[in-house]
Design a protein around this ligand. Sequence first.
Ligand code: ADP
Ligand code: MG
Ligand code: MG
Length: 879
Amino acid sequence: QKFVYFFGEGKAEGDAKMKELLGGKGANLAEMTNLGIPVPPGFTISTEVCAAYYENKQKYPEGLEKEVLDNLTKLEKVMGKKLGDPEDPLLVSVRSGAAVSMPGMMDTILNLGMNDKAVVGLANKTGNPRFAWDAYRRFIQMYGDIVMGIPHDEFEEALAAMKKAKKVELDTGLDAKDLENLVVEYKKIYKKHTKKDFPQNPLDQLWGAINAVFGSWMNERAIKYRELNNIKGLKGTAVNVQSMVFGNFGDDSGTGVCFSRDPSTGKNEFYGEFLMNAQGEDVVAGIRTPEKIATLAKKNKKVYEQLLDIKDKLENHFRDMQDMEFTVQQGVLYILQTRNGKRAGAAAVKIAVDMVAEGLIDKETAIKRVTPEHLDQLLHPMIDPKALKGIKPLTKGLNASPGAACGRIVFTAKDAEEWAERGEKVLLVRKDTSPEDIGGMVVSEGILTSTGGMTSHAAVVARGMGTPCVAGAKGVSVQGKKVVIGEKTFKEGDWITIDGSTGDVYEGQFPLISPKMSKDLETFLSWCDKVCADSVRGNVKGFLVRTNADQPEDAKRAFDFGAQGVGLCRTEHMFFDKEKLIHFRTMIVADTEEARKEALKKILPLQKKDFFGIFKAMEGRPVTIRLLDPPLHEFVPHTKEEVAELAEHLGVKPKDLQPKIDKLHEANPMLGHRGCRLAVTYPEIYDMQVEAIVLAAIDCVKKNIPVKPEIMIPIVCDEQELALLRPRAEAIIKKNLEKAKVKLDIQIGTMIEVPRAALLADKIAAFADFFSFGTNDLTQMTFAFSRDDVGSFMPAYEKLGLLDVDPFKSVDEEGVGMLMNWATTKGRSVKSDLKVGICGEQGGDPATIDFCFRTGLNYVSCSPFRVPIARLTAAQAVL
Ligand code: ADP
Ligand code: MG
Ligand code: MG
């Protein structure tokens, strides 16, 4: 078995396809080497070694040591230098890198091979003693921190003390002698913590670093990152040992990060940042504020143009936006990393659309590249422009991650977590962030930092999470538990609002609104719709996205977001309306059918009005209206005042009314008098609703508004219920249509939400034009988990791993899904063209949408704001 893969001199043993084995970084270093791009030579120890290391009690597999040493010898030969050589030492970096990029989560050590003799050799050989000592002190710091776990603050303090003593502001102000003295200080710190001298043998250093990188695979923050990002099934990290190039060699050297397109907006513009005379992490750490990439053209035109060439070459090669790390040593350019860049939602859509137009990718690839999270971000709130009129921001920083957020100021990740736990909305305000802060960043509404650029930790992580972020705001200065923003001082708990799309920071709270769809997004989603419309599964053509909308405004919004119809219109809110509730209550306590009809008459016009509004909003797309569903119990007057009010309305004494009300009490309303059972006892209710639907539809027809109503009967458990209710509804429809001389086809279907109905779906299908899975109740009844009470035990289930996912978020494929599958098959065995959809809360969830596609459903239905995401995930399910 081969453990180690060499790259260098235009040839590599690996390539880009070997990400799983070499990690993303290693595979792409190999690929770039093969492409002839200037990459410092090195070798990659495979992820399989990491897996074996953890399987075998942190021992390496047989033969690894020799293979590493052989590759080191090869590297030394290529470089013409030896590790730790006292005259002309080779220095290397030891870099982590898993198959999936986890920025900043694992460890990297630079300048390895440095020791007391090598530093002198390097100083003499390069004629640059300042550089040599700087490299040595950085190495002690990184090695101490990463390999030995010494708090890096202690090194930082020693550095700060030295700068203070020398009265300089920047690291670059220290000279060789200062740095040499600093090395002495650093070694003391090292010894204090480890009780040992700093290791001088480069091979000891190398193995220490390799151990640390493999060790970092299982460190807390890496584990948490994988958890948060749902990264599973990786073998481990690879370790890249690579010869060093030096951005800290002097003023003709530098280091930077760049993107082939703007990762925030997606514009096809070269984008990036760099620092002269700096090494590696300096840019990302946000210690000094970096310069825009365009200014590199002024400093070194040749390098800049070479970089432009390379970014084009890499983007064309990988056919995706590239995120690259580079270093310039004495005017010579090296590329240290490339990967497909993470991007904000707007950028993801724009890049996908642009690359199709440029002929770089096809539409299918474009659809696969945009994630539900990207769209989620795009549909993120922004500050209501009306509320902003005449208001000046306190200050402006970089628009690091789009979307607006309001929250109360907290200054540490820990505080953020504690406050959020109590239900507070928090906004994390910091000088900068680091990987330890990840927990607090996740729970924050937004993030504001005073230092760092677009590629700082805060910016990268926030973009990844879709959390609004303003970074590097110079007008922000954090001082303990206070912060000055612009001219004003704020303390913990004060409200501020940030706009991550513009970089503005405001005092106080603002109303947030959802943005409109951009042209690019519409183009993109129209491709998704096409894929969905064209899909064929057996008899079923198309896979559509509908919406759950109870009111005309919701329907309108959903229509604008591209909903192909209404999958569920609940009608109960029309009964709960303050004015109408009294009539409904009158109805349920009435003794005669006449009295009941009289009371319901008052509700009919309101229902009709809403139905008309929804039909109109949907412009002839199907609208499924569910007849009254909730338990009668919910309408029964409970308080003394409510009973008194009803008694007064009826002209009776409260004490005479009370016994009737008591009789309506139910021990378990969710399994009680609800859904079609209401119509079995009080048929007038559904009669009235059906009439309202037909009348609204007739109005539409008369006004030339296309209309397609569908009536849905809930909580059915037996076909006899439908056998009873359907003809009644048909008669009302017929009567009203004839009276109005209007021809219209109104389908009558049922919800499948009681397990027995799913089991007997073939019998039920005989009486239903369509099925819609009510997965909230179906889940509740299949699991016997009360939807309203899961909060008391579900967290424990999740923690213990008893359930993979919350079945109310994502349909439980194994159990509930089995019922859905059965019901669909059985139903279609009777009616081959039976239309089947889903209208439960899970209908907007990507995994559920995928399952619904595989199960042969005609459509999914979700809340209006989820519609664009559902259109995307529906297309991804098809592809
Ligand atoms: P991460 O995965 O956290 O980005 P990297 O392994 O990419 O870590 O290393 C971080 C930075 O260290 C790089 O961006 C680069 O600037 C610097 N670096 C790594 N290896 C070398 C090297 N061989 N020569 C010069 N700089 C390096
Ligand atoms: Mg990197
Ligand atoms: Mg239900």
